[in-house]
Ligand binder design. Structure first.
Ligand code: GLN
Length: 314
């Protein structure tokens, strides 16, 4: 659709978002109500149409509802047109909007990072539960391979500010730029967020070895030749965040193998996994000396994470 021209076929002239210089030269003569209707027809889905209009208008859902009969600025029509064209060309909605929701936070996302997924909300929730078990004055947590930052920033924003230190790491500096922007977006709730660049544990300062209460990660875990992966994921999302060797376990082996050095005795490691990797990753945990190893499921009931604890010292 071209929101600014669709009216040529079916709209009456007064519906058209043409300049009306007698009034405000920046305003079109079309309302959000008309544009929302056009957008819904053009993409055939009502919720994404509403989100695109919210993004183009800069208004929240409720604000947009109260402005439905207001004229739209030409700039907003152009912005909406370009977003609708991108969405119709197959670009994922999160990238078109430029932001996405995860648990209780909204984050910016673009092609530098993976789009946050609902199954990862479950993993973050479990990391928060494990971190809440820590009674020490300061909990130290690391989110390795943070991407947009959603796991670590959810932990930071859902736990007490003064008692929680959260490290976000990534080997890809472009991804860390996104995480940094998202940390800034949290304001005071990110006061104890630290950002470090590097591969898995190598990003962390050496003097913190043996001090982490919880290490959480959603690493790449898809096998290089996986045929089930959605073509749109391959086309749009960063391969470095998705693929991990012939069995998808390349990075999980490193993380599970090195974690005991970085956890305090009794500290927890929790990693997201592919739904077919439960027993293989459980075995990696056991082989590396973890105790209380457990495979957890996502909301669809499929294996989605493995957790385990470094044995407490006697
Ligand atoms: N869950 C993602 C997917 O299936 C993959 C995420 C990952 O590899 N960490 O698209």
């Amino acid at each position: 659709m071209n929101a600014s021209t669709q009216g040529e076929e079916e709209g009456s002239p007064e519906d058209r978002p043409e300049k009306n210089p007698e009034k405000d030269p920046e305003k079109s003569a079309v309302s959000w109500r008309a544009l929302l209707r056009e957008t819904t027809t053009a993409i055939g889905e009502s919720a994404p149409a509403r989100w695109l209009c919210e993004a183009a208008s800069g208004l929240t859902g409720d604000e947009l509802l109260s402005e439905l009969d207001q004229p739209v600025t030409l700039r907003m029509v152009a912005h909406l047109d370009s977003m609708v064209a991108r969405y119709r060309s197959g670009e994922p909605l999160a990238y078109v909007l430029g932001y996405w929701s995860f648990r209780h936070i909204d984050v910016m996302v673009d092609r530098r990072v993976l789009i946050p997924r609902p199954e990862t909300e479950v993993v973050a929730g479990r990391a928060i539960e494990l971190a809440a078990l820590v009674s020490d004055p300061v909990r130290r947590i690391a989110d390795l391979g943070t991407g947009s930052g959603v796991i670590g920033l959810s932990i930071a924003s859902e736990m007490s500010i003064s008692g929680t230190e959260v490290w976000l790491t990534d080997a890809v500096s472009d991804a860390l730029d996104v995480a940094r922007a998202n940390a800034a977006g949290l304001g005071r709730r990110a006061a104890n967020v630290r950002i470090a660049e590097g591969e898995w544990f190598a990003a962390l300062p050496e003097d913190l070895a043996g001090s982490f209460d919880v290490v959480v990660s959603n690493p790449p875990y898809i096998a290089d030749d996986d045929s089930e992966i959605d073509p749109s994921v391959c086309e749009w999302e960063p391969g470095s965040a998705l693929f991990a060797g012939s069995d998808g376990l390349r990075d999980l082996r490193i993380i599970v193998g090195e974690a005991q050095t970085w956890l305090r005795p009794g500290g927890w490691l929790i990693v997201e996994i592919g739904y077919g990797q439960g027993s293989a990753v459980e075995q990696l945990f056991v082989d590396s000396g973890f105790v209380d190893v457990r495979v957890g499921q996502d909301l669809t009931g499929r294996d989605r994470y493995v957790e385990g604890r470094r044995p407490a010292s006697c």
